[in-house]
Write a protein that binds this ligand. Sequence first.
Ligand code: ASP
Ligand code: MG
Length: 412
Amino acid sequence: MALIVQKYGGTSVASPERIKNVARRVASWQAKGHQVVVVVSAMSGETNRLISLAKEMQAVPDPRELDVIASTGEQVTIGLLSMALMNLGVKARSYTGGQVRILTDSAFNKARIVSIDDASIRRDLDGGSVVVVAGFQGVDENGNITTLGRGGSDTSAVAIATALQADECQIYTDVDGVYTTDPRIVPEARRLEKITFEEMMEMASLGSKVLQIRSVEFAGKYKVKLRVLSSLEDLGREGTGTLITTEDDIMMEQPTISGIAFNRDEAKLTVLGVPDRPGIAYQILGPVADANIDVDMIIQNVGHDGTTDFSFTVPRGEFARTTAILEQIRGHIGARQITGDNKIAKVSVVGVGMRSHVGIASKMFRTLAEEGINIQMISTSEIKISVVIDEKYLELAVRILHKAFDLDHAPA
Ligand code: ASP
Ligand code: MG
């Protein structure tokens, strides 16, 4: 017997029919002898609807009241799923975040979980019930309802799994696992049996948006095994999804590279001809950070004639704002010119195997060179190499890299 936490996202509970399917799936796990806690999202589109309603009342909604409103979507699905389970003869009980006592800080709309009281959940599980908990929400120490930020149900599920020391936290969604890259671009992309937390964080942050990044970080920190599964597969014919776990847990010889990630949501800015002196990076990036703009890659070139060029990337939606900031400080920092390009993309090869293998970067650069794809920027971490290229070559780059690193075939 295992203790399993399952999370079903908005598309999995989008209609009464789908909720009945979820109930059947949950019941089948319980029938196998497992204890099951289910965490659900609101029905798909519902949270957006609730937030727009709030915005009709106040252009900038009061944060506390917004959470009172936004949290109701999940309250509906826990009740409906509990009823669907009862209809199948399964004992079930629903809980809001506050009823469990998922204690959070008081940062409305983006609260962090502080602690979870597992007493009632355990009592119900031991009494043979399935426990259904509302995702995305908690309560602060003064009893105010809080929410955890968009996509927060993943984090709720991981936190509950941690508190209960569950054997596995299963995230049910509309894809059947994590892929080596986006199958819409590379039809040969394969589902990964296993991937490490670290790799998943890189894949998620780079655009494979299967899981909220925060939940992966959380799971890695507490070593909660996460499994991504499809809620759309027929009962009895389900796949095994993708297990996200620790490196030690991946016993087989790992391929060097696990996947190719990419992100189109990028723009590049270059400050040309700034004096090459201490403090210049700070003078350029300080005002950008003060404006709450996320800077990703940064390059400063070798100086010549006492001046240098400085480039960095930001999310594409911040391109105009960042350009305006740079134009404003241009005179003050003594830069010759500001240029920018918002038609760029980032491509990355990701894999923990990089730590023990050399030549990954050169293979990546050679592969791109052979197709005449120019690399504009490069950045690396222990398990990732990223390049910025012209957006029009993105799909080609992903395809040739997927092939070059032998991801088209299952490892022998
Ligand atoms: N319902 C919330 C949202 O749409 C939380 C979630 O689905 O994870 O963001
Ligand atoms: Mg989600």
